[in-house]
Design a binder for this molecule. Structure first.
Ligand SMILES: NC(=O)c1ccc[n+]([C@@H]2O[C@H](COP(=O)([O-])OP(=O)(O)OC[C@H]3O[C@@H](n4cnc5c(N)ncnc54)[C@H](OP(=O)(O)O)[C@@H]3O)[C@@H](O)[C@H]2O)c1
Length: 315
C-alpha cells in the first residue's frame, strides 16, 4: 500500500510516497481503509524537527497522520462488540505516538474512534478530530466553561478556533473571537458575538473581565491575554514554551491556567463530537483537499499560519 513517510526531520520536501506492507490489527484494534486524513500544526512542527520529534526520533522513517476517517475492513477479537466490517469511523488515533495515518490502510485502537454520523462525509469527519477534540477538551476537561461565561477565542478562523467558537456557543457562552479582518465574515458565520481584527485592534485595549480564554498564540500574546482576564478567570494555553514572567502575571491575578494542555485520544469524547456533528451543532470548514501525493503541499499550507478551518488529504 502507499504511505507518505519521511526519513529525516526537515523540510516538507522530505515527505515521500513509498510502498509499505499493509498493516494487520491486534485484538484491541480495527483495520481501517483510510478515506481522509486531516493535517495539523503538530504534524508540521514534528516533521520540521520540533514538537514531538525527539519523542518520535526512534521511529524514523515516520508516517504521521493522527486524524483519520475511513471504513473498517477488519475487527480485532476483543472489540467485535463495538465495531463491524463496513462501519465508517473517525478519530484522533495513537496521539502522541506514531499514528501511521498518511496511508491507504491504518490500524487504529478501538478506544480512540467512533462511528461517523449519517450524512457526514469522510473529509468532514477527518477534519473533526484533533482540532475539534482540542476545543472540546479545553472547555470540558482542562477548563470548565459555564453557560453565561464570556469567552475569548484567539485564532477563531483556524482549525481549533473554528470548532471552539461553535462549541462555546453550544455551551451557552458569549463569544469574542479574534482573526484578521479577512476572516471576519467567516468567524461571524460560526456564531461569534463579537469579532476583533488583531491586525487593527489591540485586544487588551478594548476588552476586560473575560471569564475564559482559549490562548492559541503563546509567548508575549499570552501576557496580553492575562491583562483582559477577570480575577480568578481561566486560560487554557495551547502552544508550549511559556516564560516565567507570563506565569507570574497570571498568578498575581489568581487565574486558573492550564499552561500547556495536551489533547488526548478519547473514543468517548469523539462520540460527543459525533453527536454534535450529526445534530448540526458543529460544522467543520474544510478549505482544501489534497491527494496523498500532495501531502508536502498540505504541510506547506499549514506552515503559512493562515489556514482557514481545516485541510484534508485523500489517500
Ligand atoms: N496543546 C494542544 O493540545 C494543542 C492542540 C491543537 C493545537 N495546538 C496548537 O494550537 C495552535 C493553533 O492550532 P490550529 O490548528 O488552530 O492552527 P491553524 O489552523 O494553523 O491556525 C491558523 C489560523 O490562525 C489565525 N491567526 C494567526 N495568527 C493570529 C493572531 N495573532 N491572532 C488571531 N488569529 C491568528 C489565522 O487567521 P488569519 O489568517 O485571519 O490571521 C488562521 O486562520 C497551534 O500552535 C497548534 O500547534 C495545541
Amino acid at each position: 500500500m502507499k504511505v507518505v513517510a519521511f526519513d529525516e526531520f526537515g523540510p516538507a520536501s522530505n515527505l515521500r510516497v513509498v510502498e509499505h506492507r499493509k498493516p494487520s490489527c491486534d485484538s484491541e484494534e480495527v483495520l481501517i481503509k483510510t478515506r481522509a486524513v486531516s493535517v495539523n500544526p503538530v504534524d508540521v512542527k514534528t516533521r520540521q524537527g520540533g514538537a514531538l520529534a525527539s519523542k518520535l526520533r526512534a521511529h524514523l522513517p515516520l508516517v504521521l497522520g493522527w486524524d483519520i476517517a475511513g471504513d473498517v475492513v477488519e475487527v480485532g477479537s476483543n472489540v467485535r462488540d463495538r465495531f463491524t466490517e463496513g462501519d465508517a469511523v473517525f478519530g484522533m488515533i495513537c496521539f502522541p505516538n506514531p499514528p501511521n495515518g498518511y496511508a491507504e490502510y491504518v490500524a487504529a485502537p478501538a478506544s480512540d474512534i467512533t462511528l461517523v454520523p449519517t450524512g457526514i462525509s469522510y473529509e468532514a469527519a477527518a477534519a473533526s478530530t484533533l482540532a475539534a477534540l482540542t476545543a472540546w477538551q479545553a472547555f470540558t476537561h482542562f477548563g470548565h466553561l459555564r453557560s453565561g461565561d464570556t469567552v475569548l477565542i484567539h485564532a477563531a478562523s483556524g482549525g481549533v478556533g473554528h470548532f471552539a467558537v461553535q462549541i462555546a456557543k453550544h455551551l451557552g457562552a458569549n463569544v469574542i473571537a479574534t482573526s484578521s479582518g479577512r476572516n471576519k465574515a467567516f468567524v461571524e458565520s460560526l456564531g461569534a458575538d463579537q469579532h476583533l481584527d488583531y491586525k487593527s485592534v489591540n485586544f487588551e485595549e478594548t476588552l476586560s473581565d473575560i471569564d475564559f480564554c482559549l490562548e492559541t498564540q503563546g509567548g508575549k500574546h499570552f501576557e496580553r491575554t492575562v491583562k483582559v482576564m477577570r480575577r480568578g478567570g481561566t486560560i487554557v494555553n495551547l502552544p508550549s514554551g511559556l516564560e516565567e514572567d507570563a506565569k507570574n502575571a497570571a498568578d498575581t491575578k489568581k487565574l486558573q491556567v492550564n499552561y500547556f494542555m495536551n489533547v488526548f485520544p478519547s473514543g468517548n469524547d469523539m462520540s460527543e463530537l459525533a453527536n454534535l456533528l450529526g445534530d448540526g451543532v458543529i460544522t467543520p470548514h474544510v478549505s482544501k483537499v489534497f491527494d496523498l501525493s500532495e501531502t508536502a503541499s498540505a504541510h506547506e499550507q499549514i506552515e503559512t499560519g493562515r489556514t482557514v478551518g481545516k485541510i484534508v488529504i485523500r489517500p
